[in-house]
Design a protein around this ligand. Structure first.
Ligand code: ATP
Ligand code: MG
Length: 420
């Protein structure tokens, strides 16, 4: 991809309203544009990151055996009245229609998925089953100020599972925890499994997945090497207590970003809709449910919060918008200019043929300094620079975004030294 085709320009400084690091860097790098508080457009670079995160989420949910669906954002008021949530969920956007009817704009999908799955589950033979979607959610958040971490419109993966027994739900729930941890580690961030309250959706414990960074809104009691923790709202341990898992470590409060949350719903929603199945003995039994959310767009923001430096974002390779940032500097003569173009084109074509995506900054008008600053800001893992100077050595300059030093690498060694 040629840089100029992106049509996006980086900004030297972040707009004033961008208080958080993720908003500053994503806005400056041209990944997103803020349309209004808590509402963002995803621009070409940002959308590539979002799509890569989505693909990882999709693979892991598919591996759990869940089926992907896409449910409507526009939901019937009657379903929300049926569950008793029309008047109790404060962040629910309610939409009047010119027909006099009212609708809900989906902040979650229990009210849609329960009747949907109810329509094809009749007997014990139809269970267990699970569906998920990756979709836009709407929430009337009072304060939307942490960039894409808290939007009024955002992308969520939500999965719902349906079971005959508590044991069956427990087993699926445990597999979901493992799948979630794989999602986060594949996205290049470490998330901890944290006990939290059930919130508005259930009165049991829920499990959150928290990425520890100072940008987080939540307070988590955990220790340096513990993979678990307790949210402040339910903590039974206290600061200074010995870590239950690691001798010699004590618990401390850390800030975290909630990038996922899973709940056991029990029969809360199946009861509301009268969703039952015929058991082997012919009796009607209630269906037991679980729900599993990942804040997909928030996760992109959490990655930025966890992985950046003063110059810009440092994308983990698996979610980087491109794997290689190719930079060509202008040659002083038509001959050297042609040589630089030819060498860069050769590398570009080789990488592309191998399925490695390349962003090529071929701008004439930008100075070398601007090009390098933009490469740092955009944060692609490997930068390869062709200049008159490197060409004189039969080389290109390779620099990893997470390292300080650049290295001159002979053309023939380039592929090997790029760490792809
Ligand atoms: P929070 O406590 O942060 O308000 P929540 O517990 O209400 O979130 P859930 O209903 O559990 O959120 O939604 C599942 C996931 O969706 C959350 O774990 C989070 O990652 C993400 N999410 C929730 N609200 C937002 C939002 N306003 N903007 C972006 N992502 C969100
Ligand atoms: Mg939550």
């Amino acid at each position: 991809m040629r840089y100029r085709s992106l049509g996006v320009k980086t900004l030297r400084s972040a707009p004033q309203e961008a208080e958080s690091i993720n908003a500053q860097l994503l806005l400056r790098g041209g990944f997103v544009r803020q349309e209004m508080a808590g509402v963002y457009s995803w621009l070409p670079l940002g959308l590539r990151v979002l799509r890569k995160v989505e693909a990882i989420v999709r693979e892991e949910m598919d591996a759990l055996g869940a089926q992907e669906v896409l449910m409507p954002a526009l939901q019937s008021k009657e379903a929300w009245v049926t569950t008793g949530r029309w008047d109790t969920v404060d962040i629910l956007f309610k939409l009047p229609s010119q027909t006099g009817k009212e609708y809900a704009l989906g902040c979650s999908h229990e009210e849609v998925v329960t009747p949907l799955v109810q329509s094809y589950v009749q007997s014990y033979k139809d269970l267990p089953t699970s569906v998920y979607q990756i979709q836009t959610k709407f929430r009337d958040e009072l304060r939307a100020k942490s960039g894409i971490l808290r939007g009024r419109e955002f992308i969520m993966k939500d999965m719902y599972s349906f079971h005959r027994t508590q044991e069956d739900l427990d087993a699926f729930y445990a597999r979901a925890i493992d799948a979630y941890l794989r999602v986060y580690s594949r996205c290049g961030v470490q998330a901890r499994v944290v006990e939290a309250s059930g919130g508005v959706f259930s009165d049991k414990f829920s499990h959150e997945f928290q990425v520890l960074t100072d940008a987080g809104e939540d307070l988590i009691l955990t220790s340096p090497s513990w993979k678990y923790g307790q949210n402040q709202e339910v903590a039974t341990l206290k600061e200074g207590d010995a870590c239950p898992d690691h001798a010699g470590e004590t618990l401390e409060w850390k800030k975290g970003i909630e990038v996922g949350n899973i709940f056991q719903l029990g029969t809360r929603f199946s009861d509301a809709f009268g969703m039952t199945y015929a058991a082997e003995d012919g009796t009607k039994q209630p269906v037991i449910m679980g729900c599993y959310g990942i804040g997909v767009s928030r996760l992109v923001g959490a990655i930025v919060e966890a992985s950046h430096d003063a110059r810009g974002i440092i994308w983990p390779a698996a979610v980087a918008p491109y794997r290689v940032h190719l930079v060509t500097l202008r040659g002083k003569t038509p001959e050297t200019q042609a040589q630089i173009q030819k060498a860069a084109q050769g590398l570009h074509d080789t990488l592309t043929a191998k399925g490695i995506d390349v962003l090529w900054d071929d701008r004439d008008e930008a100075s070398p300094g601007e090009k390098l600053a933009d490469a740092d800001l955009i944060g692609i893992p490997t930068r390869v620079l062709f200049s008159e100077k490197s060409l004189a050595e039969g080389s290109a300059e390779v620099k990893r975004r997470n390292l300080v030093e650049a290295e001159l690498v002979k053309f023939e060694d380039l592929l090997e030294k790029m760490g792809l």
